[in-house]
Design a protein around this ligand. Structure first.
Ligand SMILES: [Zn+2]
Length: 632
């Protein structure tokens, strides 16, 4: 389709045609092909900037003014500029692309001062894409020939009928040295273009031969749907090449960015907020056909950082909305290694990464064939958080029936937990790990803390003798964490937090050292009486008769609050409500268990008294939960 209309012009596009292209192009549609956009209010849209790495969206699009602008990196302009920057097109290429989109026939002005050129001044990218489009047609037409029978059998044997093959543009590279090359040369593509595109390569004789021969062909498309390369599978036993051959690196095919199936999957990925990463072309097809339309695959390379960048923009992955990446593995060692590497690589992604391992070590294509579409959907639905997967994998290597095995497993697993950046999640995983190992929480927690703070010596060193200063489990539970936060507020921000802090009783604190510090604040006169600064910290420390408490006061006086920016009354209110809520829910639990032990017939009065207390506590808990959720 590209090869026709664009072949004969030279010179410049007429200005009024450029204006028409601008007018007929909806910039939001063009940008949506690459970046998922959400409403930013006032009719504007926003997304993650494709030109710089960011976590929250500062890339804005104004459909009314037909422009985009990024507040993060300052790039901005119209749709033509966007394509130039995003797709590395020239101005002319950009206009041509948008004109084709809008169905506008461009007219060119002859540049009369320039010498007549033998070839049109057409952009390289467009020529290479056009060559690929022509190659797709060629390979497709070959799929019905007699020689392509093994290719058709391969597809049928994988559960793909004719319509599936057509949907993915499958084709066949015929037996012969230069059939495609000749075909494309006849269509006007040059020797250099075919070599640059990776479709042909020079033989020793100097003449051009086809890169792919006697193989089943999958066209690989970029996110906008242009074919930029091919994946080719071996079909014949006497083919000495690797099982899969891919287009080499070219100006338009960068394997570190390419995701097979992204053109078909991108809308569902954006809609569902998740993406399923599989390992091969047939797996992508099988998933899509089994109604897992979010599947994509890397092409001849491991999943890496560039792939993440591509996906994050489609997922609109940001702090406001977290996208989910699900890797499927057929359970072999290579897949597991890849998953563990992902764990090492991108911490930002760890919490949103899931692993789906087929129980029978089948890939999605085999699974669909053996057990049907539902089994493929089940595989994805049964995904497991990457952290859980990694822990299970590490622990699985040890014999947990022996003490040595358990201790060694703990030492190997602790660094993984320590690596979890999201500290809120660590206590949860400490508990989980302890449970999985059948050990007490305490030693596991110590191992994790050592791995987090200790020397990077692989955890071989015995636990350091308890320093008197280290005020024991710092962040061992959400409850400890919120107690700690409340105490930090009292020490660091007494003017702001004082009244609310003093209103919460010492009995609402649970951790013994925290109780000691809370009592010291009261003994120092209460946080409401303080004006802050070093004098106040000293006063509380002097009032504290617990050694661990004194050390903790020094720590808490300088530890950053868990809030971005300045604390405000709302933050204090939320913190204190969470603290009380923890304490109230604890009392509710105790009360419930007590009520169960009271006989409502013989001890009717006591039963009703406890029951009344329970109801009022539950009401209190509800109010606190609302307050903790942010309502003052
Ligand atoms: Zn930017």
């Amino acid at each position: 389709m590209y090869a026709e209309g664009v072949a004969v012009m030279a010179g410049r596009i007429r200005d009024e045609d450029i204006a028409l292209v601008r007018e007929r192009t909806a910039i939001a549609d063009v940008i949506s092909e690459v970046v998922t956009l959400k409403s930013a209010g006032g009719g504007n849209l926003k997304g993650l900037c494709p030109f710089h790495d960011e976590k929250s969206p500062s890339f804005n699009v104004s459909p009314a003014r037909n422009v985009f602008y990024c507040f993060g990196c300052g790039v901005g302009g119209d749709a033509i500029k966007f394509l130039m920057d995003a797709e590395h097109l020239s101005f002319v290429e950009s206009v041509e692309r948008l004109a084709a989109r809008a169905g506008i026939q461009l007219r060119y002005v002859e540049d009369d001062r320039s010498a007549p050129r033998p070839r049109p001044q057409q952009g390289q990218r467009q020529r290479l894409v056009a060559a690929h489009a022509a190659a797709v047609d060629f390979y497709r037409s070959q799929l019905t020939t007699a020689g392509a029978r093994p290719a058709r059998e391969f597809l049928a044997g994988r559960g793909f009928d004719r319509s599936a093959a057509e949907r993915y543009g499958c084709g066949f590279a015929p037996d012969g040295w230069d059939l495609l090359t000749k075909h494309l040369r006849q269509q006007g593509f040059t020797h250099d273009e075919l070599v640059t595109a990776g479709l042909s390569r020079p033989a020793r004789s100097g003449s051009l031969i086809d890169r792919f021969r006697r193989r089943l062909m999958w066209p690989i498309r970029d996110i906008t749907g242009d074919v930029i390369g091919f994946g080719a599978r071996k079909l014949f036993d006497d083919d000495d090449g690797p099982k899969y051959l891919n287009t080499p690196e070219t100006p338009i095919y960068k394997k570190s960015h390419v995701l097979y199936g992204i053109d078909q999957a991108k809308r569902e990925i954006a809609k569902q907020g998740k993406v399923v990463v599989v390992e091969g072309y047939t797996d992508v097809m099988a998933c899509h056909l089994a109604d897992v339309p979010t599947a994509v695959a890397t092409c001849g390379t491991a999943f890496g950082g560039d792939h993440i960048s591509v996906l994050r923009r489609v997922l609109f992955d940001s702090d406001e909305r977290a996208g989910e990446i699900i890797f499927t593995f057929d359970g072999d060692a290579a897949g597991q290694k890849a998953a563990l590497r992902a764990f090492e690589d991108d911490q930002r992604f760890v919490g949103r990464t899931f692993i789906a391992v087929s129980p029978d070590n089948m890939d999605p294509c085999e699974l669909r064939l053996a057990k049907g579409d539902l089994a493929v959907r089940d595989l994805v639905a049964r995904r497991e958080p990457l952290v859980d997967f990694a822990l299970r994998h590490v622990i699985g290597r040890f014999d947990l029936d022996t003490v040595d095995g358990r201790v060694e497993a703990m030492r190997r697993a602790a660094p993984l937990v320590a690596k979890i950046k999201d500290r809120e999640k660590r206590p949860e995983y400490v508990r989980k790990l302890a449970g999985d190992l059948g050990m007490e929480i305490e030693p596991v927690q110590r191992a994790v803390l050592n791995a987090a703070h200790g020397p990077q010596a692989g955890g071989a060193a015995p636990a350091a003798p308890a320093r008197p200063g280290r005020a024991t489990p710092a962040v061992d539970s959400p409850r400890s964490m919120v107690e700690r936060e409340a105490l930090k507020l009292a020490l660091q921000e007494p003017v702001l937090a004082g009244p609310m802090f003093d209103a919460v009783e010492v009995t609402d604190y649970q951790h013994p050292v925290h109780v000691a510090v809370r009592a010291a604040v009261a003994a120092a006169g209460g946080a409401s009486t303080a004006t802050g600064g070093a004098v106040w910290i000293e006063r509380v420390r002097d009032a504290c008769d617990d050694l661990a408490g004194q050390a903790l006061i020094g720590e808490l006086a300088v530890e950053p609050l868990r809030i971005d920016g300045e604390p405000d009354p709302r933050y204090v209110s939320i913190t204190m409500a969470r603290l009380q809520w923890s304490s109230v829910t604890g009392r509710i639990r105790d009360l419930k268990s007590k009520i169960q032990r009271v006989n409502p017939v013989s001890n009717k009065d006591e039963y009703f008294a406890l029951f009344g207390e329970l109801l009022s506590l539950e009401q209190h808990a509800r109010a606190l939960r609302e307050q903790a959720a942010g309502g003052l």
